[in-house]
Design a protein around this ligand. Structure first.
Ligand SMILES: NC(=O)C1=CN([C@@H]2O[C@H](COP(=O)(O)OP(=O)(O)OC[C@H]3O[C@@H](n4cnc5c(N)ncnc54)[C@H](OP(=O)(O)O)[C@@H]3O)[C@@H](O)[C@H]2O)C=CC1
Ligand SMILES: CC(=O)[C@@H](O)[C@H](O)COP(=O)(O)O
Ligand SMILES: [Mn+2]
Length: 380
């Protein structure tokens, strides 16, 4: 097994599974961007064959007592590692930066356990085509849930998909109070402990928007037949509607180690790190999303329906906008405005886009980021 993004939230939880079930795993590689201290600690504890560091040198690792594994460094190190033969490659890199590694793992015919949703959003059909011979095992909790609901069932009997959203920290907050919501409040997720980007995307509901596009591509279901509901408890993660009226739901405690373990060991299952859920006296609620306030979700549906380079532009504009929000340059509700304005002017990006290669998608992403920065500049 290889873990890309091993120093992040997904990566460290994956390593916790390795700690609990050491006999199940042979560690091929670990990768990080710049957190050399954490990567060195992991390399000393787990003795992988390779370590990959995007921003740093072999010397940085040697100075921290990492002598044994082969070291890959520099831009593209994670992708180089993704090409090394492994029984499964977990992509826990955050953001668009994870696309190259997804492509590399699939081109090398490694099984891909995928947490990095942005690579399916931006890579779309082209990435799914690469996955024809070695299917992707989803790790994102909702997609793992749907995958598990579909196990052993005929895809042509499916009529729709359900994705649940926690609603984030602001689901019940009046719009007027959101005008001054800052990063600290936005990063207080009610049910999950995750990296900064996914947590902020949950607060804006862009996370669910990205996940709708991810589900459309992974499961081949049209946007009209994908439903999102707000489920504050984050115990039901997703479901499948069947043509005969049956509705199969997946539920589990909100702990990412469950879908990560499933993705790494599929089709096997190992003992849960958390106890069984007692359902007695428990209430589950399901509400409509507040699309008038959290506009990133309807914008993502629209970008998905438009197709072409629009999902690339949605994702790029979001990454630019959230960086600005975290730096205090724009307000919480401006994130959706920046995404919307970028999409409105994205027809040029779409017309020029060549989405059948990594270079083509990277070019579309760069163009959309430039467009989003123009939008931000014009708002000053
Ligand atoms: N966290 C969660 O519970 C869930 C996450 N996901 C998805 O999984 C992915 C990872 O999320 P999460 O673990 O929260 O993110 P984190 O920010 O916690 O971790 C990101 C990891 O990616 C590495 N990284 C960052 N930039 C690059 C780069 N340019 N090239 C290579 N590696 C890089 C980081 O290294 P370094 O530490 O050195 O910066 C770190 O190891 C995201 O796409 C997210 O949406 C999906 C469902 C749940
Ligand atoms: C754990 C996981 O899969 C996250 O993507 C989660 O879905 C985020 O929570 P929200 O439902 O608030 O977006
Ligand atoms: Mn999710």
């Amino acid at each position: 097994m290889t873990i890309l993004g091993s120093t992040g939230s997904i990566g460290t939880q994956a390593l916790d599974i390795v700690r609990r079930h050491p006999e199940r795993f042979e560690l091929v590689g670990l990768s990080a961007s710049s957190n050399v201290d954490a990567l060195a600690d992991q390399a000393r504890e787990f003795s992988p064959q390779y370590v990959a560091l995007e921003n740093g040198s072999a010397r940085d690792l040697e100075d921290r007592g990492v002598k044994e594994p082969r070291v890959l460094t520099g831009r593209g190190a994670a992708s180089e590692l993704a090409r090394v033969e492994a029984d499964v490659v977990l992509n826990g890199v955050v953001g668009f930066a994870g696309l190259a590694a997804t492509v590399a793992a699939l081109e090398a015919k490694n099984t891909l356990a995928l947490a990095n949703k942005e690579s399916v959003v931006a890579g779309g059909e082209w990435v799914l085509d690469l996955a024809k011979d070695n299917p992707i095992i989803p790790v994102d909790s909702e997609h793992s849930a749907i995958f598990q609901c579909l196990e052993g069932r005929e895809p042509d009997r499916v009529s729709g998909l359900l994705l649940t959203a926690s609603g984030g920290p602001f689901f019940a907050t009046p719009k007027a109070e959101l005008l001054d919501a800052g990063p600290e409040a936005a990063l207080k997720h009610p049910t999950w402990s995750m990296g900064v980007k996914n947590t902020l995307d949950s607060a804006t509901m862009m996370n669910k928007g990205l996940e709708v596009i991810e589900a459309h591509h992974l499961f081949g279901v049209s946007y009209e037949n994908i439903k999102v509901v707000v489920h504050r408890q984050s115990v039901v993660h997703g479901g499948v509607y069947f043509k005969d009226g049956a509705f199969v739901l997946h539920a589990s405690p909100p702990d990412m180690r469950l879908p990560i373990a499933y993705g790494l060991l599929y089709p096997e299952r190992v003992a849960s790190p958390v106890g069984d859920t007692d359902f007695a006296g428990v209430s589950w609620t399901f509400d409509e999303p507040r699309n008038d306030v959290f506009r990133c979700l309807p914008l993502a549906f629209e970008a998905g329906r438009l197709g072409g380079a629009y999902p690339v532009a949605l994702n790029a504009a979001n990454e630019v906008a959230i960086e600005s929000f975290l730096d205090g340059r724009i307000k919480f509700l401006d994130i959706a405005d920046v995404v919307e304005a970028t999409l409105e002017s994205a027809s040029g990006v779409d017309a020029a886009a060549e989405l059948e290669s990594l270079d083509g998608i990277v070019a579309a992403d760069e163009q959309a980021r430039a467009e989003a920065r123009r939008v931000l500049e014009a708002r000053r």
